[in-house]
Ligand binder design. Structure first.
Ligand SMILES: [Zn+2]
Length: 311
């Protein structure tokens, strides 16, 4: 979670991204993570020997050492109902290999299934510290996956100056082979615009995130935020990625945040099957609020609580 460690994950992804771009050029998307994980690790004394898709419930992926040889194995869950998720999981595990395999060497595993957790849990005395390190490793592996699959410069070039719309997001998710949630989360991370995303179920936000510019102007999305009745999300008026195109302009008074309310453009996608909505809010660049040069970390747990089932 610290700047230093997130930077090393970003750098590892960016370096590899450059190599892939120089080899494959424009044809590199969506990134073939399996092929690159094998190719890159082959040059190490402890390569990734096998990458295997498995059908296990309650399990996303795992990086584990070979019991006898200096080698590694990646297992990842088959996710036919969640397009893009297998690729993200694989990239996440590859990130653990590049960034954390020394930490895991002593029999530890990244992302073991819940029942297996006890095998590598630290002594109770060190439990808090262990949890902290574990959370940091998870965040780093996610950061690596995001940067590898959706390189910032390429993503920005795809958008140009266009407003975010359903059609544009369909292009993005197609190009990178990722889920809508992952694509939007990445955009929120780098956009200079005032924007936010809210993932909600049953009228309340599960989690959300505001762009840096939005955050500085008083837009905070906390889990538990009540979805306004008159918003598209509140009325259940969103569509699917295939059917929703342009954002809808809403007057001041619908969405209200820490420093009040203002007009906003809303785009809401509804995953009927999950009963989950994903809302994108785009604000005017200037709202009349004073933009603060804040010292507080933008990338905080308070703002962003990621449930594993939605990434
Ligand atoms: Zn992990």
């Amino acid at each position: 979670m610290t700047g230093r460690t997130t930077k090393s994950a970003t750098r590892a992804a960016t370096d590899l991204s450059r190599v892939i771009a120089s080899v494959l050029g424009e044809a590199r998307f969506p990134i073939d993570v399996e092929a690159w994980a094998v190719e890159v690790s082959r040059q190490q004394p402890d390569p990734i020997e096998t990458i295997q898709k498995v059908a296990i419930d309650g399990f996303d992926g795992m990086l584990r050492p070979h019991p006898k040889r200096r080698a590694w194995q990646i297992l990842y869950a088959e996710q036919p109902r969640y397009p893009g998720r297998e690729r993200f999981t694989l990239a996440h595990e590859f990130g653990h290999y590049l960034l954390h395999r020394q930490d895991l060497q002593s029999g530890g595993r990244a992302d073991a299934a819940p029942g297996e957790e006890a095998e590598y849990r630290c002594l109770p005395l060190h439990n808090d510290r262990w949890k902290e390190q574990e959370a940091r490793r998870e965040e780093e592996a996610d950061t690596f996956a995001c940067h590898l699959l959706m390189p910032f410069d390429d993503y920005r070039a795809q958008l140009g100056d266009a407003e975010i719309s359903g059609a544009l997001l369909a292009h993005i998710t197609d190009r990178y082979g990722v889920s809508l949630t992952a694509a939007v989360r990445r955009w929120i991370e780098f956009t200079d615009k005032r924007a936010a995303m809210v993932v909600a179920r049953d009228g309340f936000a599960l989690w959300g995130r505001a762009s840096k510019a939005a955050y500085r102007s008083g837009i905070f999305i906390n889990s538990g935020l009540e979805i306004p009745e008159k918003s598209l999300a509140g009325m259940g008026k969103g569509g699917s990625l295939a059917t929703t195109s342009r954002p809808t302009s809403l007057p001041s008074g619908v969405w209200t945040f820490a420093r009040g309310s203002e007009p906003v453009k809303e785009l809401t996608f509804i995953a009927e099957r999950l009963g989950v909505s994903l809302t994108i809010l785009q604000f005017e660049q200037y709202s009349g609020y004073r933009l603060e040069e804040d010292e507080e970390p933008w990338d905080s747990y308070d703002q962003f609580v990621r449930p594993s089932e939605d990434r």
